[in-house]
Design a protein around this ligand. Structure first.
Ligand SMILES: CC1=C(CCC(=O)O)c2cc3nc(cc4[nH]c(cc5[nH]c(cc1n2)c(C)c5CCC(=O)O)c(CCC(=O)O)c4C)C(CCC(=O)O)=C3C
Ligand SMILES: [Fe+2]
Length: 375
């Protein structure tokens, strides 16, 4: 390994995340930010507000991101990669626009973005690209010289993302009572999204039937299930299920819901379930409430032993994976030949989101893609 790693042409990495409230007074304004123009039913908002108030109005997501920042900075420093890492959010402080302004004022001209979503979808990819376009428009109106922004490819199938989750599932299985362990099923969970959003996720040529969103999750689930079988010698049946549905009831979203799934598995005589939240990068509110609180209460009511496995969070292997992805993309942008690292059947995702990838219901400018007005 060389003494000094080089991320040229990039001069900074931007961790781009969702944001979350840090106290009771933040909850309602945060939810207003999240739902602006998104038509989420009032009852759902009141309910989700309660989830936050139950945890003192504090979402764990910001501390998770602070821990990830620390892990990235440590990994980069330990490997001689001199690349500053900044952090901005879509829905709460530190807001993306403020972070980007600071970065431009500090002289950064080529910024690489790491979004805290590993998969294709409007909510996990294009919406972040729209946020980047909004922030750039804002800085332009302030008369600042705009930087060039690229976004890292989807990392769902990078070994540094998959391996910590495999280990988490193994730990959860080991934690189950021995008499139910070998019969346990694995429920891989992710955020439910409208069927229409799933079907149009990923590049246009792959649209339909759950799109890239469902295919990518299925690939990760299969990778983990295969690795678990290899390590334990036991074939644990598994299924991809969904959680955290919002939206109006008459609009179809991805199903089944984790709670219905637990009921169905219990009725079928399954002795235990490991819930593996592969759709989430860290233990934020969706994991703490929808799985650890709600689904776990449902399992208790059924008398079904369950365990929830770990997300990658600030695992050093995940930080190392991000370093690998940064160097890979820097090499691509420098015109070098690279072999991208990816497990599974789908191969490495595209570097540049093509036109029509993960479309919005109402088209808006999106940066860091083939259709960016800020090339
Ligand atoms: C795919 C996906 C991810 C994963 C990718 C990624 O990480 O980006 C994700 C992450 C997150 N979602 C989060 C919170 C919320 N999401 C909501 C609403 C929605 N999410 C959606 C999808 C996703 N969401 C969708 C289709 C909606 C419906 C409305 C809309 O189309 O926008 C609402 C409104 C109320 C509700 O409907 O629940 C809240 C409060 C938090 C923060 C948690 C914390 O505070 O710890 C995080 C990380
Ligand atoms: Fe969400």
């Amino acid at each position: 390994m060389p003494d000094v790693l080089d991320a040229t042409p990039y001069d900074a990495l931007l961790l781009l995340s969702f944001g979350g409230p840090e106290g009771p007074d933040d909850v309602v304004p945060f939810l207003e930010n999240v739902t602006r123009g998104r038509g989420i039913p009032k009852e759902r908002l009141k309910e989700v507000g309660q989830h936050y108030f139950q945890f003192g109005g504090v979402s764990p997501i910001n501390d998770q991101n602070r821990a990830l920042l620390d892990a990235l900075r440590k990994d980069f420093a330990d490997h001689g990669l001199d690349l500053p890492v900044h952090w901005g959010n879509r829905n709460w402080a530190p807001y993306l626009t403020d972070t980007l302004r600071d970065m431009v004022r500090a002289g950064h001209r080529r910024i690489l973005v790491l979004a805290t979503s590993a998969y294709a979808s409007y909510s996990g990819c294009r919406q972040y690209r729209e946020n980047l376009a909004d922030a750039l428009a804002h800085l332009e109106s302030e008369g600042l010289d705009l930087p060039k922004i690229d976004k890292l490819r989807h990392y769902f199938n990078h070994p540094g993302f998959v391996e910590p989750m495999t280990e988490g599932v193994l730990r959860s299985l080991a934690d189950l009572p021995e008499e139910v362990r070998d019969g346990a099923h694995i429920a891989f969970t992710t955020h439910s999204i409208p069927d229409s959003a799933a079907d149009t996720s990923g590049p246009v040529e792959g649209h339909g039937d759950g799109g890239a969103y469902v295919r990518q999750h299925l690939d990760v689930a299969r990778l983990i299930a295969d690795a678990v079988r290899e390590r334990t010698g036991v074939d644990h049946p598994w299924q991809l299920v969904y959680q955290s549905r919002s939206g109006a009831p008459h609009i179809p979203w991805l199903e089944p819901d984790i709670c219905d799934h637990l009921e169905e598995r219990h009725a079928a005589g399954v002795p235990a379930v490991v819930m593996a939240p592969i759709g989430f990068v860290s233990d934020h509110m969706e994991v703490l409430y929808d799985l650890d609180t709600e689904a776990t209460a449902k399992a208790e009511e059924l008398g079904l032993p369950v365990r929830r496995s770990a997300t990658v969070g600030a695992d050093p292997r995940f930080a190392a994976a991000i370093r690998d992805l940064v160097l890979e993309r820097a090499a691509v942008e420098s015109g070098q030949q690279v072999t991208p690292c990816a497990l599974g059947t789908l191969g490495a995702s595209h570097d540049l989101c093509p036109v029509g990838c993960c479309p919005a219901r109402a088209p808006r400018p999106a940066a860091a893609g083939a259709d960016s007005p800020y090339a």
